[in-house]
Every structure is written in structure tokens, then in C-alpha cells.
Design a protein around this ligand. Structure first.
Ligand code: IFM
Length: 444
């Protein structure tokens, strides 16, 4: 960080959006409540060995029943914006056909509760919980799912488009495609590069067609998509490592940015994929490249690429979080600067940034100085990017509360608010109080 943290607040323009983020499956619980259908994550969690601690999102943080308390928490910390996702199977149990009114009523109450407390609701349509019924007919590998998603997006926007501060179509399509369909470590647990790349194309297509359709229907909320991105650094200067880093840059950054902003897939990645390249139908690329009201970026760390054994950040003496991810705040300003240089970017929101640490509740307090340092240094890097001319409009901490960290279950705590899962008690960690005071400084 280039500036002292007590000077940090003054480096942000008025109107900059500060928030916290969550997602439906990670916090809601109430998996069987009021007509909710099964999602691919319910199914995946039932597979022995799929989740590290054998857990699931069945109860999670019980946010479905405690959303008012959670909205009070956000308001009490003086946080002006909240990003959450809608569970598709809660509002349309089979992913096609009838809507589930109690599901919509929940989000209706949540949005009104937030607005009544002066908190801006930022909505994500798809944060990975596909209705299981759609998976049974091929899921995102089946082109029909694109149309189902557009129908779902239209219905959500019809009901909430006038109250949502923004609507993002997808969260982290790279994760859905690669971790879910190539590495097989996330739902639906498939292991095929060919399927994964077809899935990524269908996700992008569904984004573009949804934007077209929502705009045609008069949706008032700003519309965008959220990508996870990390700068890729070559492990060494050898030609092999440089080539590998360039390819990984293509697979993780340009594979999404190029179609969204330039209307084409990167040629080097297409030729690397060969027979595993996705089937692209005429008109698809124009459909994907829709004007974006904003681009969401989730940033956690950098990636080091090479042909040798993967870099062990701990062995290399790097500071890491509980996920084993290197703490690398400069990667955020570097990434934003590079995207700004390479593309005509729409306004950018950092939709997720945060860290897991082994937090302990002791005498009613959670001391998490590492997380405070993490947040302050990344917010500092963000200020650097703003000063370098990147139009960043907002920043959301991942996450409001500890929650179900996918294949890691409840073993990793990302919240700035601690959750005692036995009692569902919420305890703001020191980092939450730091964020509260930091935000007060931005208003002062
Ligand atoms: O918890 C996840 C979130 O769902 C998506 N982005 C990364 C977070 C931390 O792994």
C-alpha cells in the first residue's frame, strides 16, 4: 500500500459504492422451505467425499429465516450496499415451468428490508445453484439451458428491476465452467475440457441474450456480469514458462473479456483447444457482445504459471491466507491497469475481495488483524488504480458473514462477521469494526 491507512478514505470519490457480498447457496439454508427445488449443489454435497467436511448448504447461516437480523448487521456497520444472489430453484424449482411465489416473496421482503435501512441491493442472477432438474437434461452443456436462463432473468427483472441497484447475470463463469466441468471439484462434478468449454460458451451466450431481453423489456437496473480474474505471472523468464503464462492468461482472462468486449474468442486459445473448442452458432458472438453498464471483477490473488511444479507460495516465503492463496494486493491495481489498457472498459465494480483466516471467537471477540491488513492493502491498491485513471465505481468485501465455502465446507471463514454455527449467533470481527470506521472516514 502506498498510503497510510488513515489517509485511505480520502482517496475515494463521493458516490463510490461500498458494500459486502454473499450468495444464496452459501448462506440461505432452508433448502426444503416453501417449495424450493433441488440445486446441483444439493446433489453434489450428497456425494461422499465431495465436500471436505461432509457438510452442505442445507442449513448454512439460516439467512432465509434471519435476513432481517443480517440486514440490521449491515446497517449497524454503516455499509451502504449489499450484493446477494437469487437461488434459481427457490423461485423456479424445476428451472422451467411454474414460478414459486413463496420464493419470490422471500427476495421481495429481503429487498424491501434492505431499502428500508438505506442499503442498496445488488442482485446476482446466477451464483452457481442451477436447478437440478436442468442438470438432468444436460445442464449448461445443453444449449436449451440458455433459453431457460433468459426466461428466469426476465422474471426476476420484471419483479425486482425497479428496486435493484444493479443486476449481474453470472458470477465467475470460469469457476462454473472449469471447476465444475473440467476439474470436477465443484458441482456438477464433470471432468471434460470439451464440455467445460461448451459450458463457458453457453454461459456467455445466456448473459448476452439476457441483457438483450431485459433491455427490450425496459429493465431499469444497470446490467453487467462478474468475472474472477488474476494477473498471470510467469514462474521464470524461460520461453516455455512465458508461453504457458500467455496461454493461462488466454484461458482465464481473454476467454471472457474478448467475447464480451470484442465479440470474438482469442485465436491462440481456440487453436490450443482444437477439437475441444466450443460449437459457436452464427450470431452467437454478436449476441454475447452487448453493451455492459458495468463489469464486475472478483480479485483474490495473482497466479504464477509455468511448466514446472506449481509454485508453493508458503515454501517460497510468501504470505498466504487460509486458502493457501498468496496475499498480493499489487495484483489488483496491475490487473485493472492492464484491462483498462487493453479494452474499452465500462465502469468497473470490485464485486468480491476478501480473505479466509482461522478465526477464533474468544471472550465475545474475534481478533483478525491479518484480514484488516488484507482489506486495507487491497483498498489501497484500488485507490492506486483509480488514480491511474481506471473508472472503478464500487468495492464489495467477500463476505458479510462466514458461510459455506463450497468444496471446503465450513472449514474456511471469509466473513467480516463471525458465525457460530451451533447457535447461529453473529459476532462482528475486528475487521467488521475496522470497515465500519473506514467507511465513516469516507463520509467525514
Ligand atoms: O466463496 C467464493 C464465492 O462464492 C465466489 N468467489 C470466491 C469466494 C471465495 O472462494
Amino acid at each position: 500500500m502506498t498510503n497510510r491507512s488513515d489517509q485511505l478514505p480520502r482517496r475515494f470519490p463521493p458516490g463510490f459504492v461500498w458494500g459486502v457480498a454473499t450468495s444464496s447457496y452459501q448462506i440461505e439454508g432452508a433448502a426444503d422451505a416453501e417449495g424450493r427445488g433441488d440445486s446441483i449443489w444439493d446433489e453434489f454435497c450428497r456425494r461422499p467425499g465431495a465436500i471436505k467436511d461432509g457438510s452442505s448448504g442445507e442449513v448454512a447461516c439460516d439467512h432465509y429465516h434471519r435476513f432481517e437480523e443480517d440486514a440490521d448487521l449491515i446497517a449497524g456497520l454503516g455499509i451502504p450496499a449489499y450484493r446477494f444472489s437469487i437461488s434459481w430453484p427457490r423461485v423456479q424449482p424445476l428451472g422451467s415451468g411454474p414460478w414459486n411465489e413463496p420464493g419470490f416473496a422471500f427476495y421481495d421482503r429481503l429487498i424491501d428490508t434492505l431499502l428500508a435501512r438505506g442499503i442498496a441491493p445488488h442482485v446476482t442472477l446466477y451464483h452457481w445453484d442451477l436447478p437440478q432438474a436442468l442438470q438432468e437434461s444436460g445442464g449448461w452443456a445443453n444449449r436449451d439451458t440458455v433459453g431457460r436462463f433468459v426466461d428466469y432473468a426476465r422474471e426476476v427483472a420484471r419483479r425486482f428491476g425497479d428496486r435493484a441497484a444493479s443486476i449481474s447475470t453470472h458470477n465467475e463463469p470460469w469457476v462454473v465452467s472449469i471447476l465444475g466441468h473440467e476439474a470436477g471439484i465443484f458441482a456438477p462434478g464433470l471432468k471434460s475440457q470439451k464440455v467445460a468449454m461448451q459450458v463457458s460458451h453457453h454461459l456467455l451466450l445466456s448473459h448476452g441474450l439476457a441483457l438483450q431481453s431485459l433491455r427490450a423489456q425496459g429493465c431499469k437496473a444497470p446490467l453487467g456480469i462478474v468475472l474472477n480474474q488474476s494477473p498471470i505471472h510467469p514462474a521464470t523468464d524461460s520461453p516455455e514458462d512465458l508461453a504457458k503464462a500467455r496461454l493461462d492468461d488466454g484461458l482465464t482472462i481473454r476467454w471472457y473479456m474478448d467475447p464480451l468486449l470484442l465479440g470474438r474468442y482469442p485465436e491462440d486459445v481456440m487453436s490450443f483447444l482444437g477439437a475441444d473448442a466450443p460449437v459457436v452458432e452464427p450470431g452467437d458472438m454478436d449476441a454475447i457482445r452487448q453493451p455492459l453498464d458495468f463489469l464486475g471483477i472478483n480479485y483474490y490473488t495473482r497466479n504464477v504459471s509455468g511448466t514446472g511444479a506449481p509454485l508453493d507460495p508458503i515454501g517460497a516465503g510468501k504470505e498466504v491466507t487460509a486458502m493457501g492463496w498468496e496475499v498480493f494486493p499489487g495484483g489488483l491495481s496491475e490487473l485493472l491497469g492492464r484491462l483498462h489498457a487493453d479494452y474499452a472498459l465500462p465502469p468497473v465494480y470490485i464485486m468480491e475481495n476478501g480473505a479466509a483466516y482461522p478465526d477464533v471467537l474468544a471472550d465475545g471477540r474475534v481478533a483478525d488483524p491479518s484480514r484488516i491488513r488484507f482489506l486495507a492493502s487491497h483498498i489501497g491498491a484500488l485507490a492506486d488504480a483509480l488514480e491511474a485513471g481506471v473508472e472503478v465505481r464500487g468495492y464489495f468485501v467477500w463476505s458479510l458473514i462466514d458461510n459455506f465455502e463450497w468444496a471446503d465446507g465450513y472449514s474456511k471463514r471469509f466473513g467480516i462477521v463471525y458465525v457460530d454455527y451451533a447457535t447461529q449467533q453473529r459476532v462482528p470481527k475486528d475487521s467488521a469494526l475496522w470497515y465500519r470506521d473506514f467507511l465513516a472516514g469516507t463520509r467525514g
